[in-house]
Structure formats: structure tokens, C-alpha cells
Design a protein around this ligand. Structure first.
Ligand code: FAD
Length: 386
């Protein structure tokens, strides 16, 4: 079916504007406590910080109250996420569960799990990781071969997941596991989603160090790890639809264009109030891109609020957004006067740190959460071009 893009402008409601002021005030207090690290992209990992955010009611904001949620709008959630990211708040202990895993449990989880797990996520007490990728199954998630075999009262898991962000910190993983072979008619058949407790005997987590020298992702090996029946999420063998939904949540937020923003912010600070014409024009160009992306991304939040599933629009925002954030450090480097022409001071140091960090994280931005080529395939299909 042929469709077209549609990014209607969204006006933030008064509740979202009020919330923005509250989140900013909270973050100002946290900055004074030294919680925020200026040059980090998505900020660090802090269970203490996540519990504070949970206590404010800013995790699971859109979920039903009976599961610990707050029944607020997608636009309020958007504002909160945007402020946290812009401030480099250490949200890693709750962001995956808030954005992705919680909504999957809410939609497909068994009632008992919804009642026990969701309120803890909303309180900032549980960290989740995502177990999709495997050594021979990345873009093609439906080629996953890590098996779950039926046993009494549950399932035995064997195999390997890779690039699993936060696995070493996480309490739970939502894993995509093979429960049957694919069928001739549907090669995506045969995969099932499970909630896996990360301290289950038979699970080994091995670190993979990234380009910045940080330990963010891992290899996770399963050797007869037992998962109870109650941790089955959705229908056996039918996870292809659920996993696709999960990716739509992952693709739609401001985290897809904001991750290298610190290099622009620090550059503006460094060049001061009277930059050269060339620098002012260069900054204006990047800010114009940013403002457009932000409007498009906010428009996706508006569609989610209206109960739509804007998968194609979300893929377009992620593609444009990640390409923007990936190119930004290099564009700023080319705009910046050479270090020999600058007065060394604290602003200069902050800029250099931000430039170094964002340059090192740039390559991953168009890989995580679906590569550029895969997103363009989704967009092309959505537009009826393939
Ligand atoms: C920082 C980071 C964090 C991550 N965190 C997680 C995580 O928490 N959990 C998790 O499960 N995974 C995670 N991943 C893995 C990520 O989802 C995969 O790396 C990604 O899906 C690509 O898979 P791959 O690396 O196997 O590459 P491949 O799929 O082998 O792709 C290699 C290249 O071929 C291209 N390609 C592949 N198929 C096609 C096609 N059909 N058409 C055109 N081009 C194609 C790709 O675009 C890419 O350029 C993370 C990755 C990164 C970089």
C-alpha cells in the first residue's frame, strides 16, 4: 500500500510546559550535586538517580495507574526525555525499561508479571536490557538461533546474544528466542519473547569494551538457563510482530538526534558572543537542522499520543536524526579555529572533551537500534517503493 509522510505540527499542552519547568529545576539541583557529566552523550548509569526520577513520577509516565504508571500524555513523556537527554542525566538504569521493555510487558505480558514488574520499573528500581542481536543475526533479527526448549514448568535457554547494552547491570532481559523452526510460508515464524532474570544460573555475561574505552555492551551466553512459564511474553512462535512493535518504540524519541549535541553546545560556549561570520553561519545551519528534526520528532510523539503507530515516520526521524548527530562532531571540528589560534581556558577544555567523546561515539549512531540501510528499507516499503 502506498502511503506518504505526514508530520503535523504539534503544540505542547500547558501540562507539558509546566512539566518542563519542573524537570529543569530537578536537573539544576542534580547538577549542583555533581550528578550530570557535561560531555557524555546519553549520560551515565545511576540507580540512585533512577529511583529519584521514579519518585517524581517520571518513569512509566503514560502507563495505567494500576501498574504504577501515571496516565500522562506521550507529549509530557517526550518533554521529560528531552530535558534528561539535553542535561546528560544518568538515565541508563531506567531508560530502556521506560522506553521499550515496560511497554512490551504492558502490551503482551501476563497479568501477574504486569502487576509485579511494572510498578518496580516505574519506581526506578529495575534495569532492563534487550536481547535481540546474535553473532549471526543482527539486522536480520528473525534469523535468531538462541533456543528456548520446553521443559517442566518452563523453558531451557541455550545460545548467545551479543552487543547487549547494560546486560552487566540489568535485572532483566527481554529476549527473542527460537522456540520452533521457521515455516516455508513465514520465515519469521518460530520466535518467542521471554522475560529473563539476569541472575538465573546458566547465564554468563562477558564485557565488550567500546571505542571510548567504556563497558556499555556485552556478550551474554545461556547454558541451560531456566525461564518459568509465567515469563513468556505474548504468543509462542509469534514474536515477530511484538519485536517489530518494540523497535517502533525505540526509534521514535529525541534520543535519536540529541546524542552528540554537547559538541555544538560547548562550541557555542567556546566561541562566545561574537563569533566570526563563517562560524555564526555554520552554527545557524546546524541549529536550523536541529530545530527541524525536533519538530519532526515531536510530531511522532503527537502521533503516538493520538494512538497511531507511526513506524515509517519514526524510521525517517531516526535515519535523519542519527545521520545529523553522526555528522555533527566533524562539521563542528571543521568550523572550529585550530587549537593554536585559541586561548586555552576551561571552555576550550570542555569543547575538546566533547569533541573527542562525540567523535568516538559517532560511528555507532547509525548502527544501534537498526542500521541506516535497514531503516531506509522500512521507509521505502512504507512509501510503496519496494
Ligand atoms: C552501541 C550499540 C548498542 C547496541 N545495543 C544492543 C542491545 O542492547 N541489544 C541488541 O540486541 N543489540 C544491540 N546492538 C546491536 C545492533 O542492533 C546491531 O549491531 C544492528 O542491528 C546491526 O546488526 P549487525 O551488527 O549484525 O550487522 P549486520 O546485520 O551484519 O549488518 C552489516 C551491514 O550490512 C547492512 N545490511 C544488513 N542487511 C541488509 C539489508 N537487508 N539491506 C541492506 N543492507 C543490509 C547493514 O546495514 C550493515 O551496514 C547494539 C549495537 C550498538 C552499535
Amino acid at each position: 500500500m502506498t502511503t506518504t509522510f505526514r508530520f503535523d505540527p504539534v503544540e505542547l499542552p500547558p501540562a507539558a510546559k509546566k512539566l518542563r519547568a519542573e524537570v529543569r529545576e530537578f536537573l539544576r539541583e542534580e547538577a549542583e550535586l555533581g550528578t550530570l557529566v557535561a560531555h557524555r552523550g546519553k549520560g551515565g548509569f545511576s540507580r540512585e538517580f533512577s529511583r529519584k526520577v521514579g519518585a517524581r513520577g517520571w518513569i512509566g509516565m503514560t502507563w495505567p495507574k494500576k501498574y504504577g504508571g501515571h496516565e500522562r500524555s506521550q507529549l509530557e513523556r517526550y518533554v521529560d526525555t528531552e530535558e534528561m537527554l539535553a542535561a546528560h542525566a544518568p538515565t541508563r538504569a531506567h531508560s530502556t525499561a521506560d522506553r521499550q521493555s515496560g511497554p512490551v510487558i504492558l502490551r503482551y505480558g501476563q497479568e501477574e508479571i504486569k502487576q509485579t514488574i511494572l510498578p518496580k520499573i516505574a519506581a526506578g528500581e529495575l534495569c532492563f536490557c534487550i536481547g535481540l542481536s546474535e553473532p549471526n543475526s543482527g539486522s536480520d533479527v528473525f534469523a535468531a538461533s538462541t533456543r528456548a526448549t520446553k521443559t517442566q514448568g518452563g523453558w531451557l535457554v541455550n545460545g548467545r546474544k551479543i552487543w547487549t547494552s547494560n546486560a552487566h547491570e540489568a535485572d532483566y532481559m527481554i529476549a527473542l528466542l527460537r522456540t520452533s523452526p521457521p515455516t516455508k510460508e513465514n520465515r519469521r515464524h518460530g520466535l518467542t519473547q521471554f522475560l529473563v532474570k539476569m541472575d538465573t544460573p546458566g547465564i554468563t555475561i562477558r564485557p565488550i569494551i567500546n571505542l571510548t574505552g567504556a563497558h556499555d555492551f556485552n556478550e551474554v551466553v545461556f547454558d541451560d538457563a531456566f525461564v518459568p512459564d509465567s515469563h513468556l511474553i505474548g504468543e509462542v512462535d509469534m514474536a515477530w510482530k511484538q519485536a517489530t512493535d518494540e523497535l517502533a518504540y525505540e526509534r521514535s524519541g529525541p534520543d535519536r538526534w540529541i546524542e552528540t549535541l554537547s559538541v555544538l553546545v560547548e562550541f557555542v560556549r567556546m566561541v562566545g558572543e561574537e563569533p566570526s561570520e563563517r562560524v555564526a553561519e555554520g552554527i545557524g545551519r546546524q541549529v536550523a537542522h536541529l530545530a527541524t528534526l525536533r519538530r519532526m520528532s515531536l510530531s511522532v510523539a503527537g502521533m503516538l499520543q493520538a494512538g497511531k503507530t507511526p513506524a515509517v515516520e519514526a524510521a525517517a526521524v531516526k535515519d535523519l536524526g542519527t545521520n545529523f548527530e553522526q555528522a555533527l562532531p566533524d562539521k563542528i571540528r571543521l568550523l572550529a579555529p585550530p587549537p593554536s589560534d585559541r586561548e586555552p581556558d576551561a571552555n576550550d577544555d570542555r569543547f575538546e572533551q566533547a569533541l573527542r567523546y562525540t567523535t568516538l561515539i559517532a560511528p555507532k549512531l547509525t548502527i544501534q537500534g537498526g542500521t541506516r540501510e535497514i531503516l531506509r528499507g522500512i521507509i521505502a516499503r512504507g512509501l510503496g517503493l519496494r
